[in-house]
Design a protein around this ligand. Structure first.
Ligand SMILES: [Zn+2]
Length: 301
């Protein structure tokens, strides 16, 4: 009898989270480690160890969400902005190592899948998901199907000739450069000096600090500018915002984001635009990875 459990792995810029995931998105035992950033070999060794510890508990497949753009024909990861990963056939590596079906998806797409199937976007036909973490990831559901393209929603331009993007991205003024957790940290350091981080920025703004509120207001504004642009392309029923930073700062980001999005979105989309907080919070990546594992198990990929 099938156990109907898979392993989901959410490879993030700062931490890797693995856990047993059920078909309904329920999460069993979870393990977490800091993401090794020295090189690809160190990261793979840590990932193998995470999976090995869970596989003994009866999981039938592995699904991984990874912040890489993937070659859709081969499944090979081409490159990552915030991690030392290049030309990596992660599915092949894990299949060879553990002998079970493996599915790999871009992490933003995995988050969109999770929020759409079991989170805030249930029932939507067209949905945009944005995850504000170390970087900014995103995914798109169009006509009731997850769009399997790059969907690098964090690398759209929201400030032409703006600040350089982060990590290995050579662009400028991208959403990720101005609205990620790292961007929030840069804003905090600019206000309070080395050692200040995104967590402090959120705390100070919650406490009413004017400069902190203004900095988060700018981040929310850029988020809304991007959402307005996405609305003009996809006319989504719903835009879901999550990720570690996005969730922590949501109450401070939502007002400026909503205002900017409505200012940019074409009528009548500006009236109907719904921007909501992710329901799965920081677990969305893990749940989405698990759902990718089930799709692989079921032969849907
Ligand atoms: Zn970029």
């Amino acid at each position: 009898m099938p156990t109907d459990l898979v392993i989901g792995v959410d490879v993030g810029g700062t931490k890797m989270l693995a856990g047993l995931v059920a078909r309904d998105g329920g999460i069993g035992r979870m393990v977490e480690v800091r993401t090794p950033t020295a090189d690809q070999a160190a990261l793979l060794a840590a990932l193998d160890a995470l999976v090995e510890g869970l596989l003994a508990e009866g999981a039938e497949a592995i699904g991984v969400g990874v912040p890489m753009n993937l070659d859709r024909r081969t499944g090979v990861g081409l490159g990552a902005v915030n991690l030392p990963l290049r030309s990596l056939d992660l599915a092949g590596h894990l299949r060879d190592r553990f002998g079970v079906p493996v599915g790999v998806e871009n992490d933003g797409n995995a988050i969109a899948l999770a929020e759409w199937r079991v989170g805030a976007g249930r029932g939507a036909t067209d949905l945009i998901a944005l995850a504000l973490g170390t970087g900014v990831g995103g995914g798109v559901v169009i006509d009731g199907r997850l769009y399997r393209g790059w969907a690098e929603l964090g690398h759209v331009v929201v400030a032409a000739d703006g600040p350089p993007c982060q990590g290995n991205c050579h662009g400028h003024g991208h959403l990720e450069a101005v609205a990620s957790g790292e961007a929030a940290e840069r804003a905090a350091v600019a206000l309070w000096g080395e050692g200040a981080d995104a967590h402090r920025l959120v705390e100070e703004a919650r406490g009413g600090d004017e400069a902190g509120c203004a900095a988060l207001g700018r981040i929310g504004h850029y988020l809304g500018v991007a959402i307005g642009s996405f609305a003009n392309v996809f006319a989504p029923d719903l835009v879901v915002v999550g990720g570690g930073f996005g969730t922590a700062a949501w109450e401070l980001l939502r007002g400026p984001a909503d205002e900017a999005a409505r200012a940019e979105a074409l009528r009548p989309a500006d009236d109907g635009l719904r921007i909501v907080e992710a329901a799965l919070g920081d677990d969305a990546g893990l749940v989405g990875a698990g759902l990718v594992g089930f799709e692989t198990l079921d032969g849907m990929r």
